[in-house]
Ligand binder design. Structure first.
Ligand code: GAF
Length: 384
């Protein structure tokens, strides 16, 4: 849905034009999975799919929320009554941002909001972060809070962790807030320092496909939290603040120290090797060896499947089939347990790869996947 439509729908709903319209994108992660809550490296880029919000400020303590994507009317809340984990609906994301801003001392006294999103939900493409960031950016502008993008991302993460109750890292909110068109974002999640890495695959005759397996994932279910707790246990056993502090060339020694803690050994090995893969991909891209990132992506998938154990048959089938039909590399992306995979392929091979994946899904009796090309797009912005 276009921004003008969102503006018009707001006017129809609330009886006046909004003060402004903002958008914030979903993301795919090129490499660096489950490293963000270990203070490590990630490398997402923004999708052209966005959450769009038309918003007007209110000064009477009332927050009115409406979504074009969800059945039901306007939800009316009082900003001073917002309470963590009190809401299991979509409204928890925008309301959580208002709560986080107020809790941080920002004088947000209400808003009228109408939202519409083109980011697929449950596909591991950060539909919830897009909702949070678009609201944070709108309120930052309307209330003239003067917060920087990384600060908005931190507040949105707090909304998700505390208000929604999902123990996620900082990658998705930072990607939505800070990515720029034509670049992947090389982000150090420890201090949020970042570097924009040019990524124009089409100019080099390649494409990056996103294959949504249609297997719905959910963060707040226990598996994500269990992996996070396992990583924290590993860091504690090894006497470091976070697994980021285990250097790649110290991995074998660290694993030896963990002895027969098999599960922790696997989790630590994934995180430490994944950080190294991010740095490797950055080095390859910066030296113009773009095709060589393919096998690194594929190695990342193997690590998520075998060590972190968060893949599923549908994701493995995408990866195996894509590679068997000529892709340069493929991996699951996002939190896991369903959602999407990415496939790096020569432009000339895209049709063959796509058809092979579709046929393999049909033969396995899986729901047909949805495939689209991902081009690094703009981060959050004010549209009008
Ligand atoms: C989800 C989380 F929200 C991110 O913080 C990150 O941990 C990711 O899973 C895995 O890399 O998208």
């Amino acid at each position: 849905m276009g921004a003008q439509q969102v503006r018009d729908d707001f006017a129809g709903l609330y009886g006046a034009e909004p003060e402004g319209v903002w958008s914030a994108p979903g993301r795919v992660n090129l490499i660096g999975e489950h490293t963000d809550y270990n203070d490590g490296f990630v490398m997402p880029f923004a999708l052209p799919h966005v959450a769009t919000a038309a918003v007007t400020r209110r000064d009477d303590g009332v927050l009115r929320l409406h979504s074009a994507d969800v059945e039901g009317g306007v939800v009316e809340l009082r900003v001073d009554a917002l309470a963590p984990e009190s809401d299991r609906n979509w409204t928890a994301y925008p309301a959580g941002v208002v709560w986080a801003l107020r809790e941080a001392g920002h004088p947000v006294t209400g808003a009228d909001v109408h939202l519409a999103s083109t980011v697929p939900t449950g596909a591991g493409l950060s539909s919830s972060a897009a909702l949070e960031v678009v609201i944070a950016l709108a309120l930052n502008d309307l209330y003239e809070l003067g917060l920087q993008r990384w600060q908005l991302a931190r507040l949105c993460q707090r909304a998700e962790n505390v208000y929604v109750g999902a123990p996620t890292g900082i990658m998705d909110q930072t990607a939505s807030a800070c990515c720029t068109r034509g670049h992947a974002l090389f982000l150090d999640t420890r201090d949020l320092s970042q570097r924009q890495i040019p990524l124009d695959l089409a100019a080099e005759g390649m494409r990056l496909l996103v294959v949504d397996t249609q297997v719905k994932h959910a963060h707040s279910d226990g598996e994500y939290g269990k992996r996070r707790a396992g990583c924290e246990k590993g860091a504690a056993l090894l006497g470091v603040d976070a697994l980021r502090d285990i250097p790649y060339d110290g991995l074998d020694a660290a694993l030896a120290r963990l002895g027969d803690e098999d599960e922790v050994v696997r989790l630590v090995r994934h995180v430490v090797t994944e950080d190294q893969r991010v740095e490797h991909v950055v080095a390859l891209l910066e030296s113009g060896e773009t095709r060589a990132i393919g096998p690194v992506l594929t190695a990342g998938h193997a690590s998520l499947r075998d060590d972190f154990r968060i893949s599923c048959p549908e994701l493995d089938l995408v990866v195996d089939t894509a590679l068997a039909s000529g892709a340069l590399g493929a991996r699951m992306t996002g939190g896991g347990f369903g959602g999407s995979a990415i496939v790096l392929a020569e432009a000339a091979d895209v049709e063959t790869v796509t058809k092979a994946v579709e046929s393999a899904f049909a033969a396995a009796g899986f729901t047909a996947p949805r495939t689209f090309e991902a081009v690094p797009s703009a981060g959050a912005l004010r549209v009008s």
